[in-house]
Design a protein. Structure first.
Length: 496
C-alpha cells in the first residue's frame, strides 16, 4: 500500500503541480468577487420552518459563516456571497447538507426538488446544477466514503491504553485506504475531472489531519511537544499548492498554528523559555513555525498567530510579521485589525422592520425587543450544542448576581423543542425567560445580528438597541469567567 500511495502522489503532483503553483503566492486574487447563486425549489410548500435556504462559506481560516436566504412563495431565491478563494461551499435545505464547488465571480443556478431532497441518496436526482463548476459539484454529491467521519477504536484518543503515536498512525492508515478507495472509484466510474480528483484527495488528507490534531488536544493527556505534533502529522503536507481550493486545508493550517500555542502555553517543559521571553510567547510561536514550515503555509500560520493574539503581544514583533506575510489579502486583513473600529450600536427593531420578508415571520421577535425596558443579555443556545450546554450550569449564579439590577437574561433556544427547553431551564434552575425560536426566526436573527455559531451572546438595550456582541464564553473551565462578569457590570449593578 505504501508503494501504491507514494506512486499516486508522484503522478498526481506531476500532473497538476505546475498549474497550482501559479496561484500559490496569492490564491485570493478574486477575493472581492461575489459568488452569485439563483434558483428555485420545485414542489415548494411554504410553512413555519422552511422559508429560508442556507449557504455556508469559509474564510481563510477555514471557519464557516452561514447565510440564510429568503425563499419566495413561488420557491425562487437569489443570493450572493463572498468567499476569498475558489473551492467548496455548502447548501442546507430541509435538514440536508450539500457540498458545492464554486469560483468567485461565476454564476450558479440550482433547482431543488423538495419532494426528492430527503428521499434520494444520490442527490443528483434531486438537485439540478448549472454553471461552470456544476460538473465538480455533481461529482462531490455522488462520491461517498465508506463510514465517512467515523473514528475506529484504534483512533480513539480517549482510550488511555493507546499511545498518541499509535492513534495518529491508525488515522493515517485510514487516510491511505480512503485515498485508495477514491482512486478505485475514479477508475470504476471513468471520472477524468482533475479538479474533482484534486479536491477529493485533499479533502481526505486534511480531514485526517484535523482528526489527529483535534483529538490530540481534546484528550486528557495534553503532554505533546512540538516535535511530536509534527511527527504525528508528518504525512499531512503543510505547504501544499494543490489544496488551495479546500476549506479544510485552511482550517488545518489554523489548527496547526493554534496547536503550537496550546503546546507552548500548556506543557510545563516550555515554562523556562516562556519566562525568558517575559511571558510573551509570540517569538516562541514564530520560531516553531519557522522551524517546521515554509511558503504559503508559513504565511497562513503567521497570520493565525497575529490574528489570535492581542495587539500588545504582537506589536513588538511587527517587523517579523511584515517580513513574512507578503500576500496582499492577508496584509489588508492585518491592517483592518490594527485599525479596528469600536462596535457601532444599532437598533435591531429598525433592522427587523426594514428586513424585506413577510411581516408575519418577524412580528413576534420585534414585539420581544420593543417591549424590553432593561439591558438584556441574550444567549442563543441549543441542546445539541456541547459548548452551549457547558455554559448552562453557570447561568444560575450569573443570573442571581444581577437579579433586581438593570440587566435581565433571555435564552433563545435554537433547533430545540419546547419540552427540551423547559427541561433544561428546570434542570439547572435558571430564573430567566426561555423562548423557543422557530427555524424561520432563527434565520432572520442570524442575518440581522450577523452570527451563525453557537453559543452566541448579545447585549441589547431598552427598545432594542444592540449595544454589544458579547464575544466570549461566560465560563472559564469549571468556573464563571471573571472577565465575563466584569464586562457585564457596566450593564447592571451587582447585588454583592
Amino acid at each position: 500500500m505504501r508503494f501504491h500511495f507514494t506512486l499516486f502522489i508522484f503522478t498526481f503532483n506531476t500532473l497538476i503541480y505546475g498549474q497550482a503553483s501559479k496561484i500559490a503566492n496569492d490564491p485570493f486574487v478574486n477575493a472581492q468577487k461575489k459568488i452569485p447563486i439563483t434558483g428555485r425549489i420545485k414542489n415548494y410548500v411554504p410553512d413555519n420552518d422552511n422559508r429560508f435556504i442556507r449557504f455556508r462559506t469559509y474564510n481563510i481560516s477555514g471557519r464557516s459563516k452561514d447565510s440564510a436566504v429568503f425563499i419566495n412563495k413561488d420557491g425562487s431565491f437569489t443570493a450572493a456571497f463572498t468567499q476569498p478563494y475558489e473551492g467548496d461551499i455548502a447548501m442546507m435545505f430541509d435538514e440536508e447538507f450539500i457540498t458545492l464547488y464554486c469560483i468567485p465571480g461565476e454564476k450558479i443556478y440550482l433547482e431543488i426538488d423538495a419532494d426528492k431532497i430527503k428521499s434520494e441518496k444520490n442527490k443528483n436526482k434531486a438537485i439540478i446544477i448549472t454553471g461552470k463548476t456544476a460538473s465538480v459539484s455533481k461529482l462531490i454529491m455522488q462520491f461517498k466514503l465508506p463510514q465517512q467521519d467515523s473514528l475506529s477504536a484504534a483512533e480513539n484518543w480517549d482510550d488511555s491504553t493507546l499511545s498518541d503515536q499509535a492513534i495518529a498512525k491508525a488515522r493515517v492508515k485510514r487516510m491511505k485506504s480512503e485515498i485508495d478507495f477514491l482512486n478505485q472509484w475514479l477508475k470504476k466510474n471513468g471520472v477524468t475531472n482533475k479538479t474533482f480528483g484534486i479536491w477529493a484527495r485533499n479533502n481526505i488528507i486534511y480531514n485526517a489531519g484535523l482528526n489527529i490534531t483535534g483529538n490530540l488536544y481534546i484528550s486528557t493527556r495534553r503532554t505533546a511537544t512540538d516535535q511530536q505534533l509534527f511527527e504525528f502529522t508528518k504525512e499531512i503536507p503543510l505547504d501544499n499548492p494543490t489544496a488551495l481550493n479546500n476549506s479544510v486545508y485552511y482550517l488545518y493550517l489554523q489548527s496547526m498554528a493554534m496547536n503550537i500555542q496550546f503546546i507552548v502555553n500548556g506543557n510545563p517543559q516550555y515554562d523556562s523559555i516562556r519566562r525568558l521571553m517575559g511571558k510573551n510567547s509570540i517569538p516562541i510561536y514564530l520560531q516553531k513555525i519557522d522551524q517546521y514550515t515554509e511558503g504559503f503555509a508559513k504565511q497562513m500560520m503567521y497570520y493565525t498567530t497575529f490574528n489570535s493574539n492581542r495587539a500588545e503581544k504582537t506589536e513588538p514583533y511587527a517587523e517579523s510579521f511584515d517580513s513574512v506575510i507578503t500576500i496582499p489579502y492577508l496584509q489588508n486583513l492585518i491592517s483592518a485589525k490594527k485599525n479596528n473600529k469600536p462596535f457601532q450600536q444599532y437598533s435591531i427593531v429598525e433592522k427587523l422592520k426594514e428586513y424585506k420578508i413577510d411581516d408575519s415571520l418577524k412580528r413576534r421577535i420585534i414585539n420581544i425587543f420593543e417591549s424590553n425596558k432593561k439591558n438584556l443579555f441574550i444567549d442563543f443556545w441549543g441542546d445539541w450544542c456541547a459548548p452551549c450546554m457547558r455554559e448552562m450550569s453557570h447561568f444560575p449564579k450569573l443570573v442571581n448576581m444581577f437579579k433586581d439590577s438593570e440587566l435581565d437574561f433571555l435564552f433563545f433556544a435554537v433547533e430545540t423543542s419546547e419540552q427540551k427547553a423547559i427541561e433544561i431551564k428546570n434542570k439547572y434552575g435558571i430564573d430567566a425567560a426561555f423562548v423557543v425560536l422557530s427555524n424561520n426566526e432563527v434565520r432572520i436573527l442570524n442575518n440581522v445580528l450577523g452570527f451563525s455559531s453557537y453559543p452566541s451572546h448579545f447585549i441589547i438595550g431598552p427598545s432594542g438597541m444592540v449595544k454589544e456582541n458579547f464575544g466570549m464564553h461566560i465560563n472559564s473551565g469549571n468556573d464563571l469567567s471573571n472577565e465575563a462578569v466584569d464586562k457585564l457590570k457596566k450593564y447592571g449593578a451587582l447585588r454583592y
